[in-house]
Design a protein. Sequence first.
Length: 268
Amino acid sequence: MRISQQKPIENRECILQQEKVHENPQQEIELEDTNGIFTCEICIEPISANDKFRNKDLCSHHFCQDCIAKYIEAKVQDNNTAKIECPGVHCDQFLDPFSCKLMIPSNLFSKWCDVLFEDYVLGFERSYCPNRNCMALVVNGCEINYGTLKKARCPNCTQWFCFQCKLAWHAGYRCEESGNLRDWNDIAFGKLVERMHWARCPACGSCVERKEGCRVMYCSCHSVTYSRAKHISLRKHSTRGDNKGWRIYKVSGCRSTCRSLENFGVTK
């Protein structure tokens, strides 16, 4: 009778001690090192402290490495889960992949890394390098330029390309025109347009340079550029004999002098 009366008391003391341990994770670690044995919360088996899974410094639940390895395999192989939650009750932490690396097969860890990478990339604007010898995946991690980034440099092959149309950088040309680039002269001229900050006429595609005055400019095709202003009628100001094909116009009511570069050529 004494023995039967003492066992519930001992069990009650153990339960109270375990509750205190759960309230203090550091005490849990110390107790576990002292006893050398713990009970896995998944398989409910006594496990040596050397076989306990340690989730970095995120949480410290009682799980053995074998149960966690099977748990990860089920999540990755069956569900393609990237961020695997800790199986602990009411725990909102995730498993640290590098804490799990040595306890799972290498092929499973590689697949888990691939799933994590895909999940990470899907949250960002991305493009593949158009260089056939590279084809590296480039991610735009800048929130300021999100959706507006155009000129980008591949960190792998260091070549410039357009992040919007996914082609080699087409300096001075719009994305819809980049596919029509034929030879070196077109590319060289485009780089010159970019360096000189010339504007492209939205109607005919000719380059227009603003020399002075306001930002309202007109091309020789009577279309407005450099501004969102509506089309305004203009009159021909002068055509000098020594301008070598450069047409000079003066906008009515504006002192701005504009040049339309219609016959400009670039040689190698």
